[in-house]
Design a protein around this ligand. Structure first.
Ligand SMILES: *[C@@H]1O[C@H](CO)[C@@H](O)[C@H](O)[C@H]1NC(C)=O
Ligand SMILES: *[C@@H]1O[C@H](CO)[C@@H](O)[C@H](O)[C@H]1NC(C)=O
Ligand SMILES: *[C@@H]1O[C@H](CO)[C@@H](O)[C@H](O)[C@H]1NC(C)=O
Ligand SMILES: *[C@@H]1O[C@H](CO)[C@@H](O)[C@H](O)[C@H]1NC(C)=O
Length: 139
C-alpha cells in the first residue's frame, strides 16, 4: 500500500511529455541538457548534489545509472510487475516498511518543488531541473 502511494503508473508520464517529440526537440536543442540530482536526508544532515548532463528524454533511471558510473553515487531498485521500477536505496540507505521510511522523489524547477507522480523508470527531467531524493517518513 505504501508502494502504490510512492510509485505510480508509468504510462501517466506519456501525457505531460508527448512522445519523445517534446518542445526541446522542436526548438532544435537536441544536445545534452544540464540536470542536478540531490540526495537529502535531514535525519543525518545529508545534502549532496551531483551536476550532470543527459540527452533530452532520458528517464531519471538512466541518469542515476550514469551518475553511478561517473560519480561516487549508488542506488538499488526493485522491479514491480505492476508499477515498474521502484527506488529502494540511495548511497547505502534503504527505505524500510517497518520504520515507515522511504525515498521521496521531488522535482525542483526554479523555486517550486513538486512531488513526482511517476516512478524513476518513466520520469524525464527537463533542462536545469533539480531532481531530489529526500529520505522521509510516512504515518
Ligand atoms: C541543500 O543545499 C543547498 C545548497 O548546497 C541548498 O540550496 C538547499 O536549500 C539545501 N537543502 C536542504 C533541504 O537543506
Ligand atoms: C554505496 O554507497 C554507500 C555510501 O556512500 C557505501 O557505504 C556503500 O559501500 C556503497 N555500495 C556500493 C555497492 O558501492
Ligand atoms: C546518512 O544518509 C545517507 C543518505 O542520505 C547515507 O548514505 C548514509 O549512510 C547515512 N549515514 C548514517 C550515519 O546513517
Ligand atoms: C524532506 O523530508 C523531510 C523529512 O520528512 C521533510 O521535513 C521535508 O519537508 C522534505 N523536503 C521536501 C522538500 O519536501
Amino acid at each position: 500500500m505504501a508502494l502504490t502511494a510512492i510509485t505510480l503508473l508509468c504510462f501517466a508520464a506519456l501525457l505531460p511529455f508527448p512522445g519523445l517529440g517534446g518542445s526541446e526537440e522542436h526548438s532544435g536543442k537536441q544536445g545534452p541538457i544540464p540536470i542536478k540530482v540531490t540526495v537529502i536526508n535531514k535525519f543525518n544532515n545529508t545534502n549532496i548534489s551531483y551536476s550532470t548532463t543527459a540527452p533530452v528524454g532520458m528517464p531519471i533511471f538512466g541518469i542515476l545509472n550514469q551518475l553511478h558510473d561517473k560519480n561516487n553515487f549508488n542506488f538499488t531498485y526493485t522491479i514491480s510487475k505492476s508499477y515498474g521500477i521502484f527506488l529502494e536505496s540511495v548511497n547505502g540507505l534503504a527505505g524500510s516498511t517497518e520504520r515507515h521510511t522511504y525515498w521521496e522523489l521531488l522535482s525542483k524547477k526554479g523555486n517550486s518543488i513538486t512531488q513526482l507522480n511517476v516512478g524513476i523508470g518513466c520520469y524525464q527531467p527537463k533542462k536545469n531541473e533539480n531532481f531530489i531524493m529526500n529520505f522521509t517518513t510516512w504515518d
